[in-house]
Design a protein. Structure first.
Length: 94
């Protein structure tokens, strides 16, 4: 019998109770739902959508979870300064 069956871990090593903290007031999101579910961040221009997405991605990366970002506007380019990531594209920065 595998360890997953005994501990409730998923194939990625997460458990259903794992969460990531997204706010200073203690707000948290369940990791399994973030990684396997569908989500959306809505708001008008300049309201912080990209920043909110970046916070979630940084928390996942800090905790060692794999993340794929398709960023056609280059809004998450700064993540490569703090994290070891692969950045693909046609610009001179790649």
């Amino acid at each position: 019998m595998s360890n997953q069956a005994n501990t409730g871990e998923t194939a990625s090593g997460t458990t259903p109770n794992d969460s990531i903290q997204i706010g200073e007031a203690g707000e948290a999101l369940p990791v399994v739902e973030v990684l396997t579910g569908r989500g959306v961040i809505l708001g008008k221009s300049g309201s912080g959508k990209s920043n909110s997405g970046s916070v979630v991605v940084e928390e996942l990366l800090d905790d060692g979870y794999p993340v794929l970002i398709v960023d056609v506007d280059g809004e998450y380019f700064g993540l490569k300064e703090e994290y070891e990531i692969l950045h693909l594209g046609a610009d001179e920065e790649c």
